[in-house]
Structures are given as structure tokens and as C-alpha cells.
Design a protein around this ligand. Structure first.
Ligand SMILES: O=C(O)CCC(=O)C(=O)O
Length: 282
């Protein structure tokens, strides 16, 4: 197995591995170490069945099931389909679910540890997924801001209708049946300490963090915008151009991500997604 860095600060690709044949504990441990060290890893050239993807996903943690009843694989509800394919005029998966910067399931009391996407079809152009290193975002803040936010909490929501920063994807009409489903908002620290590395990461996102708990609305939005702009510094962003067979895994505790869309017709992007259970952010 070979591991090569994708940027100076984070992201790595792993080659010369066949996931279904990975039985050696040492090889699996090397992959887990790379995941913690590089935050986003991509294992190239795989062809996993749903059962094989679920089995490999379980090396990272128990499988979470997505909150939405839509876009699930019909035989494997733990697999979500991300696809711009239509069959008989119907979309068969989520077309642009992750179109705003976010970290997965930040709206849950126990957000997911990591996410895995497996590329089964990829377009010639477009459909990239971009990542922010949120350890680096925290480190880039002035010490005075780090101290100011260290004990603050964010209120995080699944409901796009409550968040004026984001739009409702066209696929979901007015969005009520998908987002306005009474799922309670949750409170998490704005700076979270990674449970395995102990490093602090900036845990806010434009998609899910509505406001800072206990702060007047205007002041809260100004502070969040300041934090978002530090996160969105191109120097701490890696944009992944998909290759057929990629198995990409990212750590939701120390990264944000966003689907860049803009798939050039007639390109098809078809991915299978699994989500692995995490712990309460502290
Ligand atoms: O479609 C993408 O590129 C991003 C998908 C995403 O945001 C997710 O799976 O959580």
C-alpha cells in the first residue's frame, strides 16, 4: 500500500489496496492512522458492492441511518444514493444534497464520525467535492478570537427553512416535507476537541449553525461570518476531482465539505454513501 499527500496540510490518496481483500490488521491500522493524520483519504480503484462497502465502513464505526426517508438504496437503507441520474423521469438519488459548506449530521445530538462516498460513475467535468481543514481554521484565528469562542456554543439545525444563508434544492420544492419535520435543533461547542487526536477544530458551518447561543442575533451573525471566512480561505481547502472507483472517507470532526455541483451534461455522477457513528462533541 502506498500513501501520498494531496495537499501540504491535509488529504491523502492510498493506492495498491483491494478493500475486499483487506484482512491484515496491520493494513487496516495503517488506513485508520492515515485517516486520523490526513482527515480526508481516498482509496483509488475500488469496485465495492453495497455489502462490501458496508463491511469496510464498519471498520470506522457503526453505521448511521440518514434522517431523510428519501434517496436510500432500496435493499440497503444504510446506503444513501447521490446521483444526477433519472429513471422513468424520476431522480434516483440526491442531486445536490451537500451544496453548502457543512459537516455531516451536525444537527444531531451525536453527530457522525465520518462519511464514505464510493464513486460508481463519474462525469468528465464538474461534480467535485471540496473540503476545509477545520483544525487549520482554528489555528488561523487570532489568539484573542480563539479565547473568545473557546467556551461558546452553536445552535445547529437540519431545517433549511430556518436558515436564511441557504437555499432549498430544486428537487425538494418548498422544502417543507424534507426540512420542516420537527427535528429539534441541537447545541454543540463552537470549538470541539477531536476525541482521538485531542486537537481543537472550529465546529461551525454555514449550512447548520443558525446562531451562537445566548448572543444577540446581529452580533452572532457577525461572529459566525468572521469564522466562516477564515474557514473558506483557499489555502486550507482541498477540492476532490472524482475518479471512477474512488472510495473517499472524511472525518466530520475536523473538516467541512461541500458538493460543488456543475456537472457538465451529459455527465453522470453516481455515488454510494455511508455514514459512521460518532460521539457527543466536547
Ligand atoms: O455531493 C457531494 O459532493 C457532497 C456530498 C455531501 O455533502 C455528503 O455526502 O454529505
Amino acid at each position: 500500500m502506498q500513501i501520498k499527500k494531496l495537499t501540504n496540510t491535509f488529504g491523502a490518496e492510498i493506492i495498491d489496496v483491494n478493500i475486499p481483500n483487506l484482512t491484515d490488521r496491520g493494513d487496516l491500522d495503517t488506513i485508520m492512522e492515515a485517516f486520523l493524520a490526513y482527515q480526508v483519504i481516498v482509496i483509488r480503484n475500488q469496485k465495492l458492492s453495497p455489502v462490501e462497502q458496508k463491511k469496510f465502513s464498519e471498520e470506522f464505526g457503526d453505521l448511521d441511518i440518514h434522517i431523510s426517508s428519501k434517496n436510500k438504496h432500496k435493499d440497503h437503507p444504510e446506503l444513501l444514493i447521490l446521483s444526477n441520474k433519472k429513471i422513468n423521469g424520476e431522480w434516483i438519488g440526491a442531486t445536490n444534497a451537500g451544496d453548502e459548506w457543512h459537516t455531516d449530521t451536525q444537527y444531531m445530538p451525536i453527530p457522525s464520525k465520518c462519511t464514505m462516498l464510493h464513486a460508481l460513475e463519474v462525469p468528465e467535468e464538474g461534480g467535485e467535492t471540496a473540503f476545509i481543514n477545520t483544525y487549520a481554521a482554528f489555528e488561523a484565528l487570532p489568539v484573542s478570537t480563539q479565547n473568545k469562542i473557546r467556551d461558546l456554543k452553536g445552535v445547529n439545525s437540519w431545517n433549511r427553512l430556518k436558515n436564511p444563508r441557504v437555499k432549498i434544492p430544486k428537487q425538494h420544492g418548498d422544502g417543507k416535507s424534507v426540512y420542516d419535520i420537527g427535528h429539534p435543533d441541537v447545541i454543540h461547542p463552537i470549538v470541539r476537541s477531536h476525541p482521538e487526536t485531542g486537537r481543537p477544530a472550529l465546529y461551525v458551518s454555514p449550512r447548520h449553525t443558525l446562531f451562537v447561543k445566548g448572543m444577540p442575533v446581529k452580533e452572532s451573525e457577525e461572529l459566525l461570518q468572521e469564522l466562516f471566512s477564515v474557514q473558506q480561505n483557499p489555502q486550507i481547502i482541498y477540492t476532490h476531482k472524482w475518479r471512477l472507483g474512488d472510495v473517499l472517507i472524511w472525518d466530520n470532526r475536523c473538516t467541512l465539505h461541500k458538493g460543488m455541483g456543475d456537472i457538465k451534461a451529459p455527465g453522470i455522477r453516481h455515488l454510494h454513501r455511508t455514514l459512521m457513528a460518532g460521539s457527543v462533541p466536547v
